[in-house]
Write a protein that binds this ligand. Structure first.
Ligand code: SF4
Length: 465
């Protein structure tokens, strides 16, 4: 008689009460971490991923339930974990939020994976099978050689992009970011041939490189990026892709040339602010060193290769005023930036910003874990020294209006097409703008699609909107 397979249910929870960036139905790439956990789980287990980005959770039987969560979705993860704990089914939580506040996570789940899961998942499963599940598992930051590949077949089929990771870690220490705490401040690189081997198995024609910075810093990193892009071309891997990078993306023309030839159509650049003093305050060293005056040249070089620029900006910085935020919007609208991600400064646990605000007693929404759902980059959760909370929110919405109104977006779209000479770059950046508009005004205004704006049915194929 064959033994019954045990069932592992992996859940990607959705922040159901509030909109916001990142964990949301508009997210276009799948939860790679859960896919990696699925691969690491032994064959005597059946694994299912329940993804609330698409389907509201329905209780289902399982022997063990695992959650991943960002800060804004952790409230929902704890809510779902409670359903299983009532039925004496053990729960595990991992991901960046639980890693930053394990004492809290431990109150809501039976086990917490702190850090990267690869080095501990198999022993966690073994402990579970022996009835000895521990409270905490501390993952090591392993080398990226022979990195575990996600079980892609378990991802929801409607994701618009496949995701793949080629590096982990970041040597920068931006005040508002916890990546260096979670993935380390050493830039760990996967061997190029392994990345290419994995890319060959990806059936999706659209790919998002989930690295925090695909290009990295310095000459060696540039050479690595060129080898990766040349490898994609030489192996005949037909994809169109986008990625995140730093303002040094345009430092080497060969990087841009081969990025474009291998399918790059858009790059997200963390610009954050157009003010040097603010960049220094948030420890955004590279941007501050380059200086705002050099940015137009950077954008022009990127456009020259048919790639559009998705600029990420923060509103509500600690020295912001209504006037400075209006100035930021003017800068963005005048600059050759094709798509705009405009978020509200949000102190996430594990960041220098959070520690400072906590110490100064400035976190207004601090009834945790319930209030974590407001940490979605779309709400003001802290006391600002120069603006009252309601006023700040009103001002930010006005800025969103000025960034994402229809005439501005149409003007940007036409300019993007002219500057990049790429229809895909234009459509992707326009679609991204609509996506951020929809996130900003969700629930308050009707969702807008590219086809609605242009009245062109075929543009409905745009993966971003
Ligand atoms: S914001 Fe980007 S550059 Fe800064 S620490 Fe985070 S990952 Fe690194």
């Amino acid at each position: 008689m064959t033994e019954r397979k045990r069932k592992l249910l992996l859940v990607n929870p959705l922040n159901t009460t509030r909109k916001g960036l990142i964990i949301h139905k508009h997210v276009i790439y799948p939860p790679i971490g859960l896919g990696i956990i699925a691969t690491l789980t032994p064959d005597n287990w059946e694994v299912e991923i329940w993804d609330e980005n698409f389907d509201k959770f329905e209780y289902r039987e399982a022997d063990l339930v695992g959650f991943t969560a960002l800060t804004s979705s952790v409230t929902r993860a704890y809510e779902l974990a409670a359903l299983y704990r009532e039925n004496n089914i053990p729960t595990v939580i991992g991901g960046i939020h639980a890693s930053m506040v394990p004492d809290e996570a431990e109150r809501f789940c039976d086990a917490v994976v702190i850090g990267e899961a690869e080095s501990v998942w198999k022993s966690l499963i073994m402990d579970f099978e022996q009835g000895k599940l521990k409270k905490r598992y501390h993952g090591e930051m392993l080398s990226m050689e022979n990195a575990v590949q996600p079980a892609r077949h378990l991802f929801h089929p409607e994701y618009k992009f496949a995701s793949i990771q080629t590096t982990r870690g970041c040597p920068m220490r931006c005040d508002f970011c916890s990546v260096h705490t979670f993935n380390g401040s050493t830039y760990r690189l996967r061997p190029i041939e392994e990345v290419l081997d994995e890319l060959e198995t990806v059936e999706h024609p659209l790919v998002y490189f989930v690295d925090d910075n695909l290009i990295g810093y310095g000459k060696k990193s540039q050479e690595r990026a060129i080898s990766l892009f040349k490898g994609i071309i030489e192996r005949g891997i037909k994809i169109e892709w986008f990625c995140s990078a730093s303002m040094n993306f345009a430092d080497n023309d060969e990087v841009l040339k081969y990025a474009a030839l291998s399918g790059c159509r858009m790059v997200l650049l963390g610009i954050e602010s157009e003010r040097i003093d603010q960049l220094k305050d948030m420890n955004k060293k590279l941007n501050a060193k380059m200086g705002i005056d050099s940015y137009e040249e950077v954008f022009a070089k990127i456009h020259h290769h048919g790639i559009s620029v998705l600029g990420a900006f923060i509103y509500g910085l600690e020295t912001d005023t209504p006037e400075s935020m209006a100035h930021r919007t003017e800068y963005i609208n005048a600059a050759s930036i094709d798509a705009v991600q405009s978020t509200i400064l949000t102190p996430l646990p594990g960041t220098g910003l959070y520690k400072r605000m906590e110490k100064e007693n400035r976190l207004i929404l601090n009834n945790y874990p319930d209030d974590w759902q407001h940490y979605s980059f779309a709400e003001v959760v802290f006391r600002h020294d120069l603006m009252e909370r309601g006023e700040m929110m009103r001002e930010i919405k006005e800025n969103w209006d000025r960034l994402y109104n229809e005439p501005t977006l149409k003007r940007k779209f036409i300019r993007t097409i002219k500057q990049t000479k790429s229809a895909t770059a234009g459509i992707w950046s326009y679609g991204s703008n609509l996506q951020y508009y929809n996130l900003a005004f969700e629930g308050e205004r009707p969702i807008r699609h590219l086809a609605d704006v242009f009245g062109v049915g075929s543009l409905q194929t745009n993966p971003f909107s």
